[in-house]
Ligand binder design. Sequence first.
Ligand code: FMN
Length: 229
Amino acid sequence: MPLNTDKSKSVTDALMSRITVRDFLDKPVPQDLLKEILETARRTASGGNLQPWRAHVMTGETLQKFTNNAMENVKSAVDEGETFRAYPSPLWEPQRSWRYKLGEDMYALVGIERENKLGRLMWLANNAKFFGAPVGIIITGNVKLEMPQFMDVGIYVQSLMMLAREAGLHTAPQGWWRRHPQTVNKYLNVPKDEQVLVGLAMGYGNPDAPVNNLWADRAELDELVHFYD
Ligand SMILES: Cc1cc2nc3c(=O)[nH]c(=O)nc-3n(C[C@H](O)[C@H](O)[C@H](O)COP(=O)(O)O)c2cc1C
């Protein structure tokens, strides 16, 4: 299914047309539109109304410097540390297979074989450029946050992703940035007691990029949802 770049007219439409976009057009997002999205996302619910997210929104020169620095560190294999591990280790089934399938489907679309480890690593490094998006957002939270607040942050990210679709934009949530705390601290004004939780690329999705045809599988309804009458 090709990437839907229309402006979503309903929540269902926004949800159904959203995918993680990993190739963005070189087209800026108007600053007032960006501001409106962030303004509206303030309405996101949070337990106890803690609003535990802090969004650091980069465009222009700052984004350029930030992504250059991240890319340099990737190229020179600088270990910046990690705020949180991406997944439990080892992963169990069926999640392990779902993760594996996602990777295989993605690399098949971009034509990088399993044996081509360097090619796959280089492809992954596109994360460091926010996949070419004109907007890069780093979301931080206080180091003392508990699990319920992480859920609030997830809801906030979903708000941003849905509002982006309504504006004809696409997004890529990126846990990748949890492994780049030094780059974050160098360019952004993150207080000492805050740490990186997640990143979000935002911009106009490239409908011609093969990787943007990746429609990740989903479990059937009865695998994950139980109705009780
Ligand atoms: C919190 C979070 C972190 C993610 N981190 C990354 C990432 O660092 N790089 C990436 O390419 N995709 C990342 N993804 C995208 C997931 O792989 C994607 O959401 C999942 O495969 C479902 O596909 P879809 O978003 O296209 O529907 C992340 C998604 C979420 C929700």
